[in-house]
Design a protein around this ligand. Sequence first.
Ligand code: SAM
Length: 350
Amino acid sequence: MQIDTDKLNEFLGRFVGDLGAAVHAGMVVIGDRLGLYKALSEGPASPSELAERTKTDPRYVREWLSSQAAGGYVAYDPAADKFSLTPEQAFTLADETSPAYLPGAFQLALGSLKSVPRIAEAFRSGAGMGWGEHDTDVFHGCEKFFRPGYVANLISSWIPALDGVQEKLAKGGRVADVGCGKGASSILMAQAFPKSQIVGFDYHVESIEAARESARRAGVTNVSFEVAKAKEYEGGPYDFVTVFDCLHDMGDPVGAAGHVRESLAPDGTWMIVEPFAHDELKDNLNPVGRVYYSFSTLLCTPCSRSQEVGLCLGAQAGEARMRKVITSGGFTRFRRATETPFNLVYEARP
Ligand SMILES: C[S@@+](CC[C@H](N)C(=O)[O-])C[C@H]1O[C@@H](n2cnc3c(N)ncnc32)[C@H](O)[C@@H]1O
């Protein structure tokens, strides 16, 4: 076997970066949970000053700050021996209302990784793992990770990209948000369209309970939440049905598409938000594809496998496969309405 030293060193460099990123996930979750980023965004601090601000132990804080500075997540001034956040770091790490808030992604990653022993076993047995069987960090991290993207795009660009939906919802429409999880998207739509009535459905009881609590805290009254599977929810006809990042998680997405079709008003619209993906594997072999294929192995594929049919589209299904699923469910019109680097947004009409 001939080892090319340059290629070996290049690969080892990549490995060091990845190992650092893997353990760094825990550092971000700690920083977020203890309010370390938020407190550091108030101004430069030594480890003991930050410990003082956050009522934490200075020795632990010094080690954490050092890891953050080494990873480029905080800035370090050696002359003053003080740490700080740049405006960009504060925007993405310290402000939960920011459209680019990142820590939820790491909470989701850590929560998902807790299922590694069971998923490794599932590789042998072929068994599935339902969404609700994961660690609670998966549900909370998922909402925290996805919500900023919805805040940034849903009302301002995704809904306006659909034919006539914005006008309909502004006048007052009936909306079903299927597979709504903790209801971030449902609540945003309810706030933006106060004359519309939104119902969020999900088969996971804990997520629906959390969604009800979020709506209550936000003081939004034109939204409600019900536990229901995508093929069984009731209350149509709806003017607008949405699925955010969950059609590929379902065991029977074709059956779900058929039920959406039946629940829609004749001139209704179905918006399908899916992870960004190309149709061909070779075109998904990039950093975004890596994130999604890994989450898909731990969360999406086992979730689908745990349900009837178990189609297992995976989180990188791509437009051609989605078109097939959606038209097989009885929709005659299907198009890519818009996209972001992380999401594809499709419009389907009866
Ligand atoms: C990745 S999460 C997305 C949650 C939410 N839409 C969001 O964007 O934050 C996938 C969701 O699909 C739900 N789900 C999976 N299969 C389902 C089914 N057959 N019927 C209803 N909900 C389902 C899960 O419980 C989970 O809340």
